[in-house]
Design a protein around this ligand. Structure first.
Ligand SMILES: Nc1ncnc2c1ncn2[C@@H]1O[C@H](COP(=O)(O)OP(=O)(O)O)[C@@H](O)[C@H]1O
Ligand SMILES: [Mg+2]
Length: 270
């Protein structure tokens, strides 16, 4: 009874899933549940399996499932990936690299309506698509880039255009894999404010990062991932501490806390 109620409200419900990248076993007998509306940060060092996990959510990777295993997204085991991606907004380094350099800012954002990379002749692009895309670019302060080729934007501008692409079709959920890579401090803060608004609107962000200072105060659940396994999972106040971060990153860390945000510095030698 309890299981059924939980799975109906689950955004992600993965049980006993194993995922390989090539011949490498990355996630072994992995289980994780994220409820709708429960914005979550997945924190872990390089190579811990964070991007693999996000790709499992977006169905870019498929798990090997044992007898008791399943990997449900929005309560469903099977998805037409295009239908699934219409419900998601995704920003990742891989997506970033897939864009052809000559694609213009407006086309990048419009492609979010079709969950495609670039635009194709068969896609009927309407006035609505263009108007919504322009409005989203304006909101993120990148409307001046609508005619600019992607390759001729700075990395930060490219990331903001990709965020506009991820938001333009008003998804219920954002999957963000290291979204602030390449952003300067001001662009990073602007990005984080947009995430905060998105969460306050009642939508869900799943944020993968290794940057502790990028965890918005509105995200309370933290999953610590190490070597493809969950080291800890729970409210920020329980999970984020110097002991757990030493175990996660393998280096002594001093954790600072200010206005709901965290920052880390190297711990002083005693
Ligand atoms: N395309 C790939 N082919 C083979 N192994 C991969 C591939 N992508 C990632 N891996 C391996 O999978 C492990 C987890 O990678 P990843 O999920 O990208 O970690 P993270 O995002 O936490 O840095 C790493 O050991 C990495 O070398
Ligand atoms: Mg990664």
């Amino acid at each position: 009874m309890f299981d059924i109620e939980v799975s109906q409200s689950a955004l992600i419900d993965i049980r006993h899933a194993t995922v390989y990248r090539g011949t490498e076993l990355v996630l072994h007998d992995f289980s994780l549940e994220i409820a709708k509306g429960c914005s979550t940060v997945i924190l872990g060092p390089n190579g811990s399996g964070k991007s693999t996990l996000i790709k499992l959510f977006s169905r870019e990777l498929y798990p090997v499932l044992g007898k008791m295993g399943f990997a449900r997204v929005f309560g469903q085991d099977q998805w037409n990936v295009w239908d699934l991606r219409r419900q998601l907004g995704i920003v990742s380094a891989d997506l970033h690299h897939e864009y052809w350099g000559m694609t213009r800012g407006m086309e990048v954002v419009v492609s979010g309506f079709f969950s495609s990379v670039d635009l194709y002749d068969h896609q009927s692009i309407s006035h609505f698509h263009r108007a919504q895309s322009y409005a989203m670019m304006e909101r993120l302060g990148v409307d001046s880039l609508s005619e600019q080729p992607f390759a001729q934007m700075s990395t930060g501008e490219q990331r903001l255009v990709l965020l506009a692409r991820a938001l333009v079709h008003e998804p219920s959920t954002l999957l963000l894999d290291e979204p602030t890579t390449g952003l300067d401090v001001s662009a990073c803060f602007q990005y984080l404010e947009i995430l905060r608004d998105f969460i306050r609107e009642g939508r869900t962000v799943i944020l993968v990062t290794h940057h502790i200072h990028e965890i918005p105060p509105e995200i309370d659940r933290v999953v610590l991932l190490k070597n493809g396994a969950i080291q800890d999972d729970g409210p920020k106040s329980d999970v984020l501490n110097e002991h757990s971060l030493l175990a996660l990153f393998g280096t002594p860390i001093e954790l600072l806390h200010r206005h709901g945000w965290f920052q880390v510095v190297p711990a002083k030698a005693v």
